[in-house]
Design a protein around this ligand. Structure first.
Ligand SMILES: *Cc1c(COP(=O)(O)O)cnc(C)c1O
Length: 359
């Protein structure tokens, strides 16, 4: 079986070493030494000012929304994982959808100004599939209208934009360290901001608002993560460079074997800084997409319809996003994960040729 993704698992002995330390210290959670070590190492590896390790990528977005005081209308993308939209709704905001650019699959900055109303408080955009948004244009609009910007950078571990970590952009960037992501801590997430005051505020938020054992800064939530999760991150960080190299080789190989097929892949915003997190392909029509999916599945290959449905179609929101609806209906993400072999990629290619009726 070839799944769309498989979590990276390091050698168990390396994880065990950390676990033994945890047992010795008998310190499992609440800002323990491994959580601190992971935050420091991430800061160093990513070259960012402030990192907060939190329980998952969804809580990371919710903490960001809360910390920036977003309310009423927030402009967002219809082409992302459901957590981008659900976090807004959960925090009491109304998502206002701005359609995507059909080539990059990111929010189309040319359409943002038309969606701004006196109730707009911010923009929540996703760097889809690890491909950064047109950040310069978005920041310009945000500045002009005094809007806060959050980037959902869940796909962007190690992605660079103009030579800097993409996590450095916006008022806050968030990411996910879920098991299926390029770098993971089993469950986990990150909040990044250049604003020290905001980082301190979010540190209180993620720990119930505690300011010492008996004092509270204000309302908070439990967004902490554990020593066991941090340990997985610390071990996995040792493999990140080889994970990134593997991803690039696999992408290059797909591009080589799929050349000549009527498939479109994404247009990169910053070619140098891409992390090759996903390999999406856009077919000519939904029928062909579903046919290809079926043929692959019949042969034990499981691509995923990322992202389907388009988020403006969710039952609890409204919005008109024809470009995103169209792309959603005819896109598949092909398998990419650390252990994926060339032979397996050849199989994926062979069945795609078959589906598209090319010998
Ligand atoms: C994975 C993902 C999330 C959610 O992250 P979790 O850690 O699973 O909560 C949010 N946004 C995007 C774009 C994602 O891909």
């Amino acid at each position: 079986m070839i799944p769309v993704t498989k979590p990276f698992l390091p050698p168990i002995s390396q994880y065990q070493e950390y676990i033994e330390g945890i047992w010795k210290r008998n310190w499992l959670t609440n800002n323990g030494p491994l959580v601190n070590e992971l935050e420091l190492k991430l800061k160093d590896y990513l070259n960012v000012d402030n990192v907060l390790f939190v329980s998952n990528g969804t809580i990371a977005i919710q903490l960001a929304i809360k910390a920036l005081g977003l309310k009423e209308e927030v402009i967002t993308t219809p082409f992302s994982y459901v957590a981008t939209t659900s976090s807004l709704v959960w925090e009491g905001c109304t998502p206002v959808y701005v359609d995507i650019d059909p080539d990059t699959l990111n929010i189309d900055p040319k359409k943002i100004e038309d969606a701004i109303t006196p109730k707009t408080t911010g923009i929540l955009a996703t760097h889809c599939f690890g491909n950064p948004c047109d950040i310069d244009s978005i920041q310009k609009i945000a500045k002009k209208y005094h809007l806060k910007v959050i980037y959902d950078a869940a796909h962007c571990f190690a992605t660079k934009y103009q030579g800097r970590s993409v996590f450095e952009f916006g008022d806050i960037s968030t990411t996910s360290f879920h098991a299926t992501k390029l770098f993971h801590t089993v469950e986990g997430g990150g909040v990044f901001t250049n604003d020290k005051g905001l980082a301190e505020q979010i540190a209180y938020f993620r720990n119930f608002g505690h300011d010492g054992p008996e004092q509270f800064m204000g309302v908070g939530i439990n967004g902490k993560n554990s020593e066991l999760h941090a340990a997985m991150g610390l071990v996995n960080l040792g493999f990140i460079d080889s994970i990134l190299v593997k991803r690039k080789q696999q992408t290059d190989y797909y591009q080589k074997i799929l050349k000549g097929l009527p498939l479109k892949t994404i247009k990169l915003q910053d070619y140098e800084g891409f992390n090759y997190a996903y390999f999406p392909v856009v077919f000519d029509s939904e029928d062909i997409t579903l046919k290809a999916k079926k043929i692959l599945e019949d042969n034990q290959i499981f691509p995923r319809r990322y992202f389907y449905p388009s988020l403006s179609k969710l039952s609890y929101v409204t919005g008109k996003t024809p470009v995103s609806d169209d792309i959603s209906s005819r896109i598949l993400c092909l398998p990419v994960y650390y252990d994926l072999t060339r032979e397996e990629q050849d199989l994926v290619g062979r069945f795609l040729y078959k589906a598209l009726s090319i010998k």
